[in-house]
Ligand binder design. Structure first.
Ligand SMILES: Cc1ncc(C[n+]2csc(CCOP(=O)(O)OP(=O)(O)O)c2C)c(N)n1
Ligand SMILES: [Mg+2]
Length: 796
């Protein structure tokens, strides 16, 4: 690298630090604060990464590389994108404000081409590992070969490594033969609250090496390395290596005279080290002692250039939190903001004239046109923005071999098994994954047909030895199932990576992940982040509820229907019957490919035409299947969230609205009531989530003046007499359906499950928790008193 390029990089490093610091300052001290709520931003955390990110973005990264940026270094990211012409001054000036540059890099909310949304520490880190695996998967299947292989890079705060999901991912990476992944640790030895434990770097080093990573430790900058060669330098090196993190941080904060005093105290009567220190001014001493490799462009660039292989590599870069700013090293600096006076001093030191704070080239020692030429040639900036993937055509109906009695989980396995027989783009683009519950969530038959994915082919030894087994576990690069270890976090992060292949690699995958419903909670934050960054996938959660009965009270789930309703970017369904499931799966495979276009959302507010991910809550309970033809109207009802299984008559006094596995109880209850109440209705709710979202949207639309708008649930309930009561029932929290009464002003009794943990038969548990036929009839009786039902005692 030429000296002039290095000096340009040095100027850019200064500018990046300035812009990031100024952006935060502007948001907090200049823009004006109307509501008194803290704005914040992390000047110290940003400064910590300014040099590393300068080296990466302006020099090291190639256009095909993807980066997860440490969330609280977002201002540095935006500043770099601004210099590269990919971010606007307006957005920077509105940092953390309405529609401004985001507090943490956001794929969906920022305009500057964020690769991974970060914010919840640890998740972006792990996702780079899985995205690298997804790149391998896509290329092994012969797709995306027209573009060069990229490297997946994570910029990691050192305290971020406390997050367990990172280690779960590392173990999985080792199993899967991870390649092309760099994790760069910003080792500033400070977290939010404190200075970290001594010697963490050694734990990291051992850990990464154990998992098969290369480890590069970047500790001393060029100045320090040169100084170590001088007389007294060896002593200094030893002193630094032995210096506790707390003391080092404190001295960084105190500056040159404090360094001098402390070093001289410790030097005692050693001659060479004393002369070494005395030969330097306070400023020189401070510059030398803070010349860690993470703030030294030549050291960083050399180290990154040397890693010219595909082995996963961890760079432990020594840095100083707040480097170059007045609170550098102070243990309280995490959320610290510079004062106006401190900012003025920095501004003067940066040579930025008042009023020119946003100017890209203000105060730089290299001519603007020279820097512009350099910027125009930056490899990373040559990349296209997001890729567009060719959509995969989904037929309106999927093959569903329906038995007279079956569970939705069996139905799911059967549908995928049928798809597995096909030769079609649809079947080829499906990729399944499961955290060690492939067999018990019924993916086995699909995996038998499509095989497991691995870099190297591996035959099933049981098959070779002719030992009978239901499952043939053959691994190959063409396999379409990625078998994960038990960590559910990994499932969601892998789904997030698979579900962004369309954007990262320009290749559409149709990811389907399975797990037990209660364990959604185990990976909930990862699921939330996957949805937040618009990854597209289908999540199949089974078994669910208390209906898994004898399988174990500890595995029962109550709150997941509410998670399904509340999770942004996720459409939740809970079918009762397999023909519904077939309709929903076909819908889901198309829905995960739809654009997420905010304007389309406005236009089509009623039918929710935007895309997203899909969650299917399935059950292991075999239930009798309806013999019926799938009409267009029925299909639409299933997708919109509900349809009448038994239409209420004009004198209807009670309606039972049910979801999922409790269908037999609901049907039986209505059958019994019908002996006395002829017009009772039975509403099958396939998606409380979509039904509710449609209702909310319709109300909002009317409040905005579109008075004639009616949503699906309003149309369904429109003819229901006002005195009619609604009994809702599901194997999940009763609040899921309790809102139905508010749609048309009907009384409601919401049955569901509020406690869990009991094992037993389905009948035992439905009775115990009050969602059996008896309970439904009794609830109906309570809210719509009519003549008592004669058979009540003999039920259940
Ligand atoms: C999951 C999660 N928990 C907590 C936080 C709050 N938080 C933000 S940054 C931070 C400390 C980060 O320290 P480190 O990773 O060392 O970064 P530094 O600021 O030192 O660069 C914490 C606890 C968060 N963003 N995400
Ligand atoms: Mg830190």
């Amino acid at each position: 690298m030429s000296a002039s390029e290095m000096s340009i990089l040095g100027e850019l490093e200064k500018k990046v630090l300035w812009l990031a610091t100024w952006t935060i300052h502007h948001a907090n001290h200049i823009r004006g604060n109307l509501d008194g709520v803290k704005v914040g931003g992390h000047q110290a955390s940003s400064a910590s990464l300014a040099t590393i990110m300068t080296a990466l973005y302006f020099r090291v990264l190639r256009s095909q590389d993807r980066v997860a940026v440490k969330p609280h270094a977002s201002p540095v990211f935006h500043a770099i994108q601004y210099l590269l012409g990919r971010q606007t001054q307006d957005k920077l000036a509105a940092f953390r404000g309405y529609k401004g540059a985001q507090s943490y890099p956001s794929r969906t909310k920022d305009v500057d081409d964020v690769d991974f949304s970060t914010g919840s520490v640890g998740l972006g880190v792990a996702q780079t590992l899985f995205s690298s695996l997804v790149q391998d998967y896509v290329r092994a299947h012969g797709w995306g070969l027209g573009q060069p292989e990229g490297r997946m890079v994570a910029l990691i705060g050192d305290a971020e490594l406390d997050e367990g999901n990172i280690f779960e991912a590392m173990l999985e990476g080792w199993k899967q033969g991870l390649r092309n992944c760099w994790w760069i640790i910003d080792y500033n030895r400070q977290s939010l609250d404190a200075v970290v434990r001594e010697g963490l770097w050694a734990r990291y080093e051992a850990l990464f090496r154990n998992f098969g990573w290369d480890v590069v430790i970047l500790k001393y900058g060029t100045l320090l390395q040169q100084a170590f060669a001088e007389p007294g330098g060896a002593w200094l090196r030893q002193w630094i290596d032995n210096c506790p993190n707390q003391l080092y941080s404190a001295l960084v904060f105190q500056g040159g005279s404090a360094w001098r005093k402390r070093l001289l105290d410790d030097i005692g009567d050693r001659n060479a080290p004393r002369q070494f220190v005395e030969a330097r001014s306070d400023d020189e001493l401070a510059r030398l002692m803070t010349n860690l490799a993470g703030h030294d462009l030549p050291s960083l660039i050399d180290a990154f250039a040397a890693a010219d292989h595909e082995r996963p590599t961890c760079f432990i870069c020594y840095t100083i939190k707040g480097y170059g700013l007045p609170f550098a090293g102070h243990k309280d600096n995490h959320a610290g903001l510079m004062t106006k006076a401190q900012m003025q001093t920095l501004q003067a030191a940066m040579g930025v004239r008042p009023g020119r704070e946003w100017d890209k080239f203000e105060g730089l020692a290299v001519a603007a046109d020279e820097i512009e030429r350099f910027l125009a040639d930056v490899p990373f900036a040559k990349r296209r923005r997001r890729h567009e993937a060719v959509p995969i055509v989904i037929p309106p109906e999927l093959p569903a071999p329906i038995q007279p009695a079956m569970s939705t989980q069996t139905g799911f396995g059967a549908i995928l098994n049928e798809l597995g027989k096909e030769t079609s783009a649809l079947a080829d683009r499906i990729v399944t994954t499961s955290p060690d519950v492939t067999v018990s969530t019924n993916l086995g038959p699909w995996v038998n047909r499509r095989g497991l994915f691995a870099h190297e082919a591996l035959a099933d030894a049981f098959k070779k030895e002719r030992i009978p087994s239901t499952f043939a576990w053959e691994f190959s690069p063409k396999g379409q199932h990625i078998e994960l270890g038990i960590a559910e976090m990994n499932l969601f992060i892998l789904l997030s990576a698979l579900g962004l292949s369309y954007s990262h690699l320009g290749e559409r995958l149709l990811p389907i992940g399975t797990l037990y419903d209660p364990f959604i909670a185990r990976g909930l934050d990862a699921l939330n982040y996957a949805c937040y960054q618009d990854a597209r996938f289908i999540l199949v959660a089974t078994p669910s509820g208390i209906t898994l009965a004898p399988e174990g009270g500890a595995h029962q789930s109550i709150s997941t229907p509410l998670i399904g309703m509340a999770q942004d970017g996720l459409a939740a369904f809970e079918p009762a019957f397999v023909d519904e499931l077939a309709v929903i799966l076909a819908f889901a495979l198309a829905y995960i490919q739809k654009e997420d276009d905010a304007q389309a959302a406005e236009r089509n507010w009623l039918r929710n035409e935007t895309g997203g991910s899909v969650y299917l809550r399935l059950s292991t309970r075999p239930i009798e299947q309806p013999q019926r033809t799938m009409t267009a109207e029925l299909r639409e009802g299933i997708i919109d969230g509900a349809y009448w299984l038994r239409e209420p008559g004009p004198n209807c006094e009670v309606v039972v609205a049910f979801t999922g596995a409790v269908a037999p109880e609901a049907i039986q209850a209505v059958g019994l009531m019908a002996e006395d109440r002829r017009d009772a209705g039975l509403l099958a709710v396939t998606s409380a989530d979509r039904l509710n979202a449609g209702w909310t949207a319709a109300q909002r639309a009317r409040e905005r003046g579109l008075l004639n708008v009616r949503c699906h649930v309003e149309r369904l309930l429109t003819d229901l007499p006002g005195h009619c009561g609604i009994v809702t029932v599901l194997d999940g929290h009763p609040a899921t359906l309790a809102w139905l009464g508010a749609v048309g002003g009907h009384r409601v009794r919401a049955l569901g499950v509020e406690h869990f943990g009991q094992t037993g038969s389905v009948a035992d548990l439905y009775r115990h928790y009050g969602i059996d036929t008896n309970a439904i009839v009794a609830a109906a009786q309570a809210i719509a008193p009519g003549r008592p039902i004669r058979h009540l005692r003999s039920i259940g």
